[in-house]
Ligand binder design. Structure first.
Ligand code: UD1
Length: 418
């Protein structure tokens, strides 16, 4: 099994090109089921994307991947479509459930494996199913599968989400594009990745309006236009490297970003003390010698993202005083805490809140993590730790970080995969 070896305490300097967003690409790939001919650019070449490609190929979509130019071309001209998403593909990547809405709206039926739990919590799909039922689907659960049908097709409706869910908003949004009439979704997630999905769906011919957490959809989704779309930058990857810069950056410049989308994160890093210079498509960050404590609560966008919580926690081990993070989105997302403690961090968790006592010196250790963002937080910890850190189970990192070691090495980090 592959591991990362990191020799810490080396100041980082250099520039990092931020990749396209994994979490925008996944729903857009699923939504491509609606179209005949799609060309996606700025696609991140990470494991989750390849799993989604495998799933779409299984369904019957023809896909060509141009790795060098990060372009994916999808053609859906196959008469024999398989409206099934099998367990073996959905179990490794929860976002597989996003094919439910598009299959159902276009082919009037779908059988999709229940994704099951994962390390960070139970992660049910009840809100996805609630919304699809409101659009007229008949849904039952049998043998671990969601079996959905809408014999006469889906019909637009007014749907208020009982709580904010990124995936449920995406599934409902895509399904509404193929439904008859108007759909009004309220209490929606409005993450930048959802805005990117909306811009893709509009290119297919759908009329979509968004104001606050309300999205109105007038579906024209089965018009089969040929579309081309460039995926938005990965704000979580950008945030991760900004935190690396705040931790140990002599000067790190991240490029290919839209700073206004991550202004909240920039504000938090400035409050901690990092020096940040914002340009049109680039952000420079320089570490501060004296970092101040801070309190953060994870929330749906535009709040602080749960996907950056573990990385921010590493930074908090270096701030003066007691910093706090309240994890409000997932029930079990402090799995990195015991590993960080093994490296010397002083952290206490009470219910949903982690108290981080700093500054503390971290020391290299052999560590492993159980999810994507927790793993990258251990890499960040390794970058500032004394001696050598070994990060195990890096297949988690490969699910969502494109060329992680190369990007860090370009900034003079000593990191290698063995
Ligand atoms: C997406 C992101 C993930 C991010 C998360 C929150 C993708 C591929 N993944 O995941 O990286 O951490 O948003 O920003 O984009 N919930 C229910 N019932 C449901 C659906 C969700 O109870 O039917 C709960 C979840 O358990 C969780 C909360 O709602 O506690 C938010 O989850 P959701 O926004 O749906 O996350 P995902 O779309 O799975």
């Amino acid at each position: 099994m592959q591991k990362l070896l990191i020799k810490g305490k080396r100041n980082l300097s250099g520039s990092i090109l931020i990749s396209g967003s994994k979490n925008a690409t996944l729903p857009i790939l699923a939504a491509s089921i609606l179209a005949k001919n799609v060309n996606l650019k700025n696609v991140p070449l990470v494991k989750d994307i390849f799993t989604m490609i495998e799933l779409l190929k299984f369904i019957g979509i023809k896909i060509k991947t141009n790795k060098k130019n990060k372009i994916i071309q999808l053609k859906n001209t196959n008469k024999k479509i398989n409206t099934l998403a099998p367990y073996k593909l959905v179990k490794t990547m929860r976002a597989g459930v996003l094919v439910l809405g598009p299959l159902l709206t276009k082919y009037k039926k779908a059988k999709v494996s229940l994704p099951g739990g994962c390390a960070i919590g139970t992660r049910p799909v009840d809100i996805h199913l609630y919304a699809l039922k409101k659009l007229g689907a008949n849904i039952k659960i049998k043998d671990g599968y969601i079996i959905a049908e809408a014999k006469k097709g889906l019909v637009g409706n007014k749907i208020r989400f009982p709580s904010i869910s990124v995936g449920a908003t995406e599934n409902a949004l895509i399904a509404a594009c193929g439904a008859k009439g108007k759909t009004v979704l309220t209490n929606c997630a409005v993450e930048p990745e959802i805005i990117d999905l909306i811009s893709f769906l509009k290119k297919l011919g759908n009329i979509i309006q968004i104001s606050g957490r309300k999205i109105i959809i007038l579906g024209k989704g089965l018009t089969y236009k040929k579309v081309s779309h460039k995926i938005i930058f990965d704000r979580i990857e950008a945030g991760t490297y900004l935190i690396a810069g705040a931790l140990i950056g002599q000067k790190i410049v991240i490029t290919n970003v839209r700073p206004s989308i991550i202004k909240n994160e920039i504000k938090i890093l400035r409050n901690i003390g990092a020096k940040i210079i914002v340009k049109k498509n680039a952000i420079t960050i320089i570490k501060s010698k004296r970092m101040k404590k801070i309190s953060v609560i994870t929330k749906p966008y535009p709040g602080f993202p749960t996907d950056l919580q573990a990385q921010l926690m590493v930074l908090m081990t270096q701030t003066k005083g007691i910093s706090k993070i309240k994890e409000n989105i997932f029930e079990n997302r402090f799995m990195h805490v015991p590993e960080l403690k093994r490296m010397g961090a002083k952290i206490e968790v009470k219910n949903k809140v982690a108290y981080i006592f700093g500054p503390t010196k971290l020391t290299g250790a052999e560590v492993m993590a159980t999810d994507l963002r927790a793993s990258v937080s251990l890499v960040l910890a390794g970058l500032i730790a004394d001696n050598r850190t070994i990060v195990n189970r890096i297949y988690h990192l490969d699910r969502g970080y494109e060329f992680l070691e190369n990007k860090l090495r370009k900034c003079k980090a000593i990191i290698k995969r063995v």
